[in-house]
Design a protein around this ligand. Structure first.
Ligand code: GLU
Length: 447
């Protein structure tokens, strides 16, 4: 059987086993496409149903999360944790609270996480979890009651050496605090290493909050440098305005770029003179308001509720909002407007069509599993600090993050070149991420 046929069989099995999970199918299709190249060269990676095992989570948990709202009504949500692959270390990955969450979304995120975590070079496996709970408009006490109920079930399945959740969309420091408190009570021990993204006074790490955004900027700087460019004087679009976007904007501007637009689900803001990061932080992190407040308070900023943020001419595009936010049409518009670099702060924000356009139009593209790995990498640094009951300085932690991101870029570039696709960082990230996990799985036998 040819490699092409073999890989299409793997994919058919995934489709049959996971009906209706389109995001999971999309994530698997992209990785399998890259794996054809390595399977041609190194057929031993097809041994022992390795690829079939890689596409099947080790464990998938779905549970009921009942909680009481402020009016005394009982609400029911669904909770998930997909423990995808533990070849390299305990399962590691965030929790997402968003109404769009379903098992397919969690599986796509968990699958991506395996390769991302492998690329960090740190000993962490891949997992993801969350709930279809919508934090928007909920009171602080409602958030706390939901987090506590979620943890009442989740606590049985996690632990410092087993599975270490963190944040993702809808889960930040506040939610991690409520979940950690309930875990501590149930387990009757202060097990710092069970969650990451903790507060600084109870086992958290400096730089963890900034890490995904800073890491994205460091990765993109390396990608720019590899093509003789830098952020200096560049016009940059950053979609989103959550934790990833805010710190990407901050670092890009520190590195000499001008961020000319950002967004949230209510619209996008055009700001030709750059972003006032302190103001954006106050609106999103402290007041938890929409981006329209920014336009009311900062001169020269305009709110758009129609059209697309990707219509705006720019040099660099950093999608940091959510999956599939940038499609083929958007990518064509970016290319027509002269954009030369795209790097993903969100997980899978570019559709398969968009990636085709990047390739066809010569846009240098850093895929999320490489470009946004700074968050989980710094989570692994938090685990290291917890394990030795230490806390590192901001400078030291940031330097470690910077080194990790530079190294990820180098590994992706070198692997793409080694496998005959120089400059294709999708292929580089998928193959480099895969190899480490695959070698560990082969060494550990059929489990
Ligand atoms: N949710 C983040 C990601 O997508 C971070 C996960 C973590 O720190 O475990 O990688």
């Amino acid at each position: 059987m040819s490699v092409e046929q073999q890989v299409s069989q793997y994919y058919d099995t995934v489709l049959k086993r996971n009906p209706g999970e389109s995001e999971f199918h999309q994530a698997v299709a992209e990785v399998l496409d890259s794996l054809k190249i390595i399977l041609e060269k190194d057929p031993h990676y097809a041994k022992d149903a390795l690829i079939e095992r890689l596409c099947e989570p080790e464990r998938q948990l779905i549970f009921r999360v009942p909680w009481t709202d402020d009016n005394g009504n009982v609400q029911v949500n669904r909770g998930f944790r997909v423990q995808f692959n533990s070849a390299l270390g305990p399962y590691k990955g965030g929790l997402r609270f968003h109404p769009s969450v379903n098992v397919g979304i969690i599986k796509f995120l968990g699958f991506e996480q395996i390769f991302k975590n492998s690329l960090t070079g740190l000993p962490i496996g891949g997992g993801k979890g969350g709930s279809d709970f919508d934090p928007k408009g909920k009171s602080d006490l409602e958030i706390m009651r939901f987090c506590q109920s979620f943890m009442v079930e989740l606590h049985r399945h996690i632990g410092e050496y087993r599975d270490v959740p963190a944040g993702d969309i809808g889960v930040g420091g506040r939610e991690i605090g409520y979940m950690f408190g309930m875990y501590k009570r149930l387990a009757n021990q202060h097990e710092s290493g069970v969650l990451t993204g903790k507060g600084l006074t109870w086992g958290g790490s400096l730089v963890r909050t900034e890490a995904t955004g800073y890491g994205l900027a460091y990765f993109t700087s390396e990608m720019l440098a590899a093509h003789g460019e830098s952020f200096e004087g560049k016009k940059v679009i950053v979609s989103g305005s959550g934790n990833v976007a805010i710190y990407a904007i901050q670092k890009v501007q520190e590195l000499g770029g001008t961020v000319i637009a950002f967004s949230d689900s209510s619209g996008w803001v055009e700001c030709p003179n750059g972003v006032d990061v302190a103001k954006l932080q106050d609106i999103k992190e402290v007041r938890r308001e929409r981006v329209s407040a920014y336009v009311d308070e900062v001169e020269g900023a305009t709110l758009h509720t129609d059209g697309s943020i990707w219509d705006l001419p720019c040099d660099v595009a950093l999608p940091c909002a959510t999956q599939n936010e940038l499609n083929g049409e958007h990518a064509t518009k970016l290319a027509d407007n002269g954009c030369k670099f795209v790097a993903e702060g969100a997980n899978m924000p570019s559709t398969a069509d968009a990636i085709e356009v990047y390739r066809a139009r010569g846009i240098h593209f850093g895929p999320g599993k490489a470009a946004n790995a700074g968050g989980v990498a710094t989570s692994a640094l938090e685990m290291q600090q917890n394990a030795c009951r230490d806390s590192w300085s901001f400078e030291y932690t940031d330097q470690r993050l910077h080194e990790i991101m530079s190294n990820i870029f180098k590994v992706c570039a070198a692997t793409a070149k080694e496998y005959g696709h120089e400059g294709d960082y999708v292929i580089g990230a998928n193959i480099a991420g895969f190899k480490k996990v695959a070698d560990a799985m082969l060494a550990q036998g059929v489990v």
